[in-house]
Design a protein around this ligand. Structure first.
Ligand SMILES: [Fe+2]
Ligand SMILES: [Fe+2]
Length: 271
């Protein structure tokens, strides 16, 4: 059954630097790739990976080149959408040879997995941390939903609309996400929204749409709902997300957050 891996918020910085002076994001990505490559032989076939934004920390050429060089070790092809830490034209230039990269406009694409359609949308507002889906983005979404024609859809964005309770992150969510959710609510098939940005694992149901935020391989955003809290990073375990279609007990897309790293085991439960 079709499947893909979601990696998000890789935040690659130039060689020799740490993100925010603390987080070795390149090492975390290398570990994430090792984790994915290690588990792939034990999984039903996985078609590809996606990166849901914040590929780099500052959107520079050097960072994209470092990201690409690191990702070359992944045993899967991948596609990407930008986040608030990316720069659209620099990202476009870095991936100009990829079939999924549009020549102009928002970095958006769709991929038909047979059982479901994955639609990647660009919510980057250059120079801002919050997200907005542009008119071109809505037009692309409408066309993709029309083409999907009732097939289950998964919409991937960097910015989520759902809130996490972390005030600084929620302030910088997908500000016009309500209009996107209304499209999905009206869609005749099942619909799901998957995002990044918050560097934590969260799931909710908004109307009939399941919304999920994936963890990053590197640092997490510190969990605090206090208005007095300073928005902070914390080195909690990283993760990648496996999205796999299952036909039993009913057709559905199952998410499986895989912790990044090496752990004791596996050991047989008995004998
Ligand atoms: Fe991020
Ligand atoms: Fe972000």
């Amino acid at each position: 059954m079709p499947a893909f891996i979601q990696i998000t918020d890789t935040h690659i910085v130039p060689e020799g630097q740490l993100a925010y002076g603390k987080s070795d994001t390149a090492a975390a990505l290398r570990e994430a790739i090792a984790t994915v490559n290690g588990v792939l032989p034990r999984l039903d076939p996985v078609e590809c990976a996606i990166i849901t934004g914040d590929l780099t920390d500052f959107g520079t050429c050097a960072e994209y080149e470092r990201l690409k060089a690191t990702m070359a070790d992944l045993d899967l092809p991948y596609m990407a959408i930008p986040g608030n830490h990316d720069a659209r034209d620099t990202m476009r230039a870095a991936f100009a040879d990829e079939a999924w990269m549009p020549d102009v406009g928002p970095i958006q694409w769709s991929r038909d997995f047979g059982e479901f359609m994955l639609i990647g949308l660009d919510t980057l507002v250059e120079g801002s941390h919050h997200g907005i889906l542009s008119d071109e983005g809505f037009a692309f979404l409408d066309a993709a939903l029309a083409a999907a024609n009732g097939q289950p859809v998964v919409v991937a964005t960097h910015h989520p609309w759902m809130h996490s309770g972390v005030i600084a992150m929620d302030t910088n969510n997908l500000r016009n996400g309500g209009a996107l959710l209304a499209r999905l609510e009206a869609y005749p098939g099942s619909a799901r929204m998957i995002s990044g940005h918050v560097h934590r694992t969260l799931t909710t149901q908004i109307g009939r749409v399941t919304c999920q935020i994936a963890p990053a391989p590197c640092h997490a955003v510190h969990l605090s709902h206090l208005p007095t809290s300073v928005n902070s990073l914390i080195m909690e375990p990283g993760g990648v997300t496996l999205w796999q279609w299952h036909n039993a007990p009913q057709p559905c897309l199952v998410s499986n957050v895989i912790p990044v790293g090496r752990f004791g085991g596996p050991w047989p439960f008995y004998g």
